[in-house]
Design a protein around this ligand. Structure first.
Ligand SMILES: C[S@@+](CC[C@H](N)C(=O)[O-])C[C@H]1O[C@@H](n2cnc3c(N)ncnc32)[C@H](O)[C@@H]1O
Length: 250
């Protein structure tokens, strides 16, 4: 087998960095292709796998190569406490667009309309994965595969279809936009094929998205509070979908 550093450098330009044990664990669980994985302490990483992720322990044992701490530090922007890092092949845009465009759908698509905060985008991808959402689409300049978003998503970009699209290219399905001025979400049932849109942290929903929305929905909130954080709004909305009949995969 070739030196892991050579393999790392060969893939690094196009691959997705999985930063830490948990990101690698999640990516493997959801079928990511991982051409190279390194650790500063193979025994400790496999012990962690035995304790927390027996389902991927054998895959990790096959993949993980121990490297000196200085080598590991030279491969990653900042060392992770678990001393584990890997590179994964990014799913093709075509495959993601197919998944996003397919009807009938068993779970909603989340749309973040021009989000600005990379940490929020990562947290939303993690939520979407947890609820079994079909995908997360962003509009605007933020790259939902930016390394900071992938870090925030804990390797769960591989559990849902993540793409950037224009407002005029959104997946099919009834579009519900979340806005503090909308009708109370508690009176609404969100269908499995819903497209659930959320506005940007600073300016809320854009005019083009607002114009396309079939319904505006509000989350319950006292009048003196202006708005909730973007990721918590997504959490409440997906919870509402699941609590009113949506099926979260077991
Ligand atoms: C931080 S808020 C945006 C605040 C922004 N200053 C505005 O003018 O709307 C980000 C997004 O979270 C969602 N959101 C936050 N609070 C909400 C609420 N009470 N009801 C519905 N959506 C909400 C909306 O989609 C909103 O665009």
């Amino acid at each position: 087998m070739t030196d892991p550093v050579i393999r790392w450098r060969a893939c690094a330009g196009t691959a997705v960095l999985l930063d830490g044990f948990h990101a690698l664990k999640h990516a493997l669980r959801f079928g990511a292709q991982v051409p190279v994985a390194v650790t500063t302490d193979r025994r400790a990483a496999l012990a962690l796998a035995e304790e927390l992720a027996a389902d991927v322990r054998d895959a990790l044992a096959t993949l993980l190569t121990e490297v000196p701490a200085e080598t590991y530090a030279s491969l990653v922007p900042r060392p992770h406490p678990t001393g584990v890092a890997a590179l994964a092949v990014r799913p093709s845009r075509e495959a993601n667009l197919r998944a996003l465009g397919q009807l009938p759908r068993t779970a909603p698509v989340v749309v973040l309309d021009t989000p600005r905060n990379l940490g929020n985008a990562g947290a939303v991808i993690r939520l979407a994965a947890g609820f079994g959402a079909t995908g997360v689409v962003t509009t605007g300049p933020l790259d939902p595969w930016h390394p900071t978003v992938v870090r925030g998503g804990a390797g769960l970009h591989f559990a849902t279809a993540v793409e950037r699209l224009g407002v005029d290219e959104l997946p099919p399905g009834p579009l519900f936009a979340l806005d503090p001025e909308g009708e109370d979400i508690r009176g609404a049932e969100l269908p499995d094929d819903a497209v659930l849109a959320f506005g940007s942290e600073r300016s809320g929903l854009s005019a083009p998205l607002r114009a396309r929305a079939g319904r505006l929905l509000r989350l319950p909130m006292r009048p003196q509070v202006s708005s909730y954080n973007l990721a918590t709004s997504v959490a409440m909305t997906l919870y509402h979908w699941s609590a009113t009949g949506g099926a979260v995969p077991a």
